[in-house]
Design a protein around this ligand. Sequence first.
Ligand code: ATP
Ligand code: MG
Ligand code: MG
Length: 361
Amino acid sequence: MKLLFSGDGQLGQMLGASAISHGHECLLYSTRTEEIKPLSAQVSLPWSLQDAVAWADVVSWEHEAIPANVMAAARDKFLMDPARIQSLTDRRAEKKLFDDCRVATSPWQSYNTPTELEKILRQAERGVVIKAARGGYDGKGQWRYQPGDDIAAVVSEAGQAPGIVEDLIPFIKEVSLVGARAKDGSTCSYPLITNVHRQGILSYSLGGIDEVPAAIAEQATEAFQRLTDALKYVGVFAIEFFVVGEGANAQLLINEVAPRVHNSGHWTMLGATCSQFDLHIRALTGMPLPQLSIAPTLMLNVIGAQQIPVGLWHHQDAQCHWYNKTPQPGRKVGHVNIRTANHDTAMQWVAQWADKLQVLA
Ligand code: ATP
Ligand code: MG
Ligand code: MG
């Protein structure tokens, strides 16, 4: 088949590589330069977006911020309503989806003006997180507020644009569910992934390593089912959760969703017989979803570092990915997947390498 993806960043590149390995042809549309880039497709470029859309059987995206020109040009080639997906770039629409689907989330309110934000903060009885409605990623566009803090200072920064205020959650840990929904409504997912963030950026993920209580796993798949059914979603979809309470009292609160392949699923490139990228391509092209067989794997993000040390490139248990981006503090420039036996051995890898691989702001 012929596939066109909106976006040519690392996710688009990895989706393209997977498409090719399945025998498909693939083009990427750069939302930045508006160029069409071929990945094994036998086409004579330069092509316009319209040419690429006419060529493609299916249009998909590496990121939900689908530009208006792509939505307009490719209307008939998407497998679901792109406007519905694009609306999830606004945290207000995203939180409303959680409420509509009755998936538990941190209590929230929205504000449009500095005055509205100030009023909400004056009434806050406990710590809150303020998040800009649009444009936030890697923890950017977020502010914390505790009763007693200087309200004016927070409002002058966070009140510049609309946003939401939600309760600060004292979570035990963060987990994500990465799975896929096919055209016929069938679904599959990897086991819940443990995620650890530093300064709002995903530092590392543990795939197939941590056990979670069955009730927690069930809550996660139920949320996945409800949200993807509501969106009539086709492809890979990721959900970030907070785990609150311990033992029998453990419960999930949804943090946010990513209607696409997700950083916390990168470990599947080494740790699963079918990676999240392969899974997305299968769902888009109408192949049956596979049984997912996995092995315990750590994924360490490379953040701002100039390179991945040669010792990792050579290591028999490590699989390195370098995105060819210019390193800057806090910018994701690669990731390393590591085959590891259990939680303790994974933590030894983290202790040895995280600081070398992660140059944060
Ligand atoms: P991403 O890069 O994952 O898209 P983002 O910028 O959209 O990140 P969030 O996922 O909303 O931001 O938040 C980043 C991190 O900040 C979370 O993973 C969590 O560690 C922390 N955080 C966010 N919201 C809350 C909250 N309500 N309570 C406690 N911690 C929070
Ligand atoms: Mg986000
Ligand atoms: Mg997040």
